[in-house]
Write a protein that binds this ligand. Structure first.
Ligand code: ATP
Length: 364
């Protein structure tokens, strides 16, 4: 539904000869129809530039953007016709903003009607559509209120209703919950998830909060310095050795201190979660298994379990029991020997702050 290919955005500060800042560096993104796709990264990673280039609010320096089969970059030429076509294509992309961007002088209903006015619908049609959308987001009773009379969560619901007015196939969300408290965040994320399911809406969201990815995203990408350094479905990421996103989505902790013993992290998904794998392992190989840490959580709507266990002997001596665990459908990854209470093994890749630190970074 959304594809970017070689998308690059270079800003120049201080005119055409000024310093070049590469905000997007050859970004290839593939968002499938009907999925909720989260792009996560630290401040300055290029997330806003990405979302603004996807709907051509920002003109990419190079590369292409295709939404619902239409190459938007080809429409972004100069001239009135190109402008008209681009505006029409953009109307099929809804956008939700961190600070809602509602017009304070207009009522809730009039804010939702705004895109319909631009599309040239009659007053009666606009009113009917706005009422329907406000019902959909649970604000049917507040149509006559002004934005100043609403809570943050209600304002965002109006923002979402307005974004849906032109019946887009795609909704772009720019940190839609960053200005909201945790409970309101949950309700807005729940609404986005419901709309995704009910309307088959494809949602591309950018966020710096791992919890947002964890609660509603089917797929995710990690951005750093203008590049996508990791991406995939959340299910696949959880089964990818060394995945930084997986470790941040679902950390396991618990230290083993003895280098003569083997520490591994197990990830259970789907059927594997229900099998008595650890007791079978202990019985089959007559070994003592220590559980150092474990947790069960819901990620992308699926139950996922993670466990850090310790086996007697060095890693090389445990090839057969580890093979047994893999045969049982578990994802097994070697953990380094962390000290007590250390976080999960550090991911491979260039030295950079772990994803788990994103939220902390943001609040500094
Ligand atoms: N209009 C602009 N002119 C010049 N540089 C810009 C402009 N917009 C963004 N940048 C730079 O591009 C880089 C990426 O910024 P961008 O806002 O896309 O990142 P981000 O991940 O969305 O960060 P944040 O979460 O803080 O908004 C940063 O170095 C930023 O300073």
């Amino acid at each position: 539904m959304i594809t970017t290919s070689g998308l690059t955005k270079i800003y120049r500060s201080g005119g055409p000869r000024g310093r070049a800042i590469t905000a997007l560096d050859d970004v290839d993104l593939h968002v499938a129809e009907g999925e909720v796709y989260g792009v996560i990264g630290q401040s300055g990673a290029g997330k806003s530039s990405l979302i603004r280039c996807v709907n051509l609010l920002e003109r990419p320096t190079s590369g292409t953007v295709t939404v619902a089969g239409q190459d938007l970059t080809a429409l972004a030429g100069r001239g009135p016709r190109a402008g008209r076509e681009l505006r029409a294509a953009r109307s099929r992309i809804g956008m939700v903003f961190q600070h809602f961007n509602l017009l304070s002088s207009r009522t809730v209903q009039d804010n939702v009607e705004l895109p319909l006015e631009i599309l040239g619908l009659s007053g009666r049609e606009r009113a009917r559509k706005a009422a329907e959308l406000l019902d959909l987001v649970g604000l049917g009773e507040r149509a006559r209120a002004y934005p100043a009379q609403l809570s943050g969560g209600q304002k965002q619901r109006v923002g979402i209703a307005r974004a849906l007015a032109a019946e887009p196939k795609v909704l772009l969300s720019d940190e839609a919950t960053s200005a909201l408290d945790p409970e309101t965040t949950r309700s807005i994320l729940g609404l986005l998830r419901d709309l995704n399911r009910q309307l088959g809406l494809t949602v591309l969201l950018i966020t710096h909060e791992m919890d947002v990815v964890k609660s509603i995203c089917d797929s995710a990408a990690l951005m750093r310095e203008g590049r996508i350094v990791e991406s995939g479905t959340v299910t696949d990421l959880l089964a990818t050795p060394g995945s930084e996103l997986a470790a941040a989505l679902f950390p396991v902790s618990g230290g083993g201190e003895d280098p003569e013993r083997t520490v591994v992290d197990l990830t259970f998904q789907g059927d594997a979660a229900g099998r008595p794998v650890i007791s079978r392992l202990a019985r089959t190989y007559d070994i003592d298994v220590s559980i150092l840490g474990a947790a069960v959580d819901t990620v992308a709507g699926r139950q996922v379990g993670r466990m850090r266990i310790e086996l007697p002997g060095r890693y090389e001596d445990n090839v057969v029991p580890i093979g047994f665990l893999r045969e049982q459908g578990l994802h097994v990854e070697r953990a380094e020997h962390p000290g007590p209470d250390a976080p999960a093994a550090p991911p491979a890749g260039p030295a950079a702050p772990p994803v788990a630190a994103l939220a902390k970074e943001e609040t500094k």
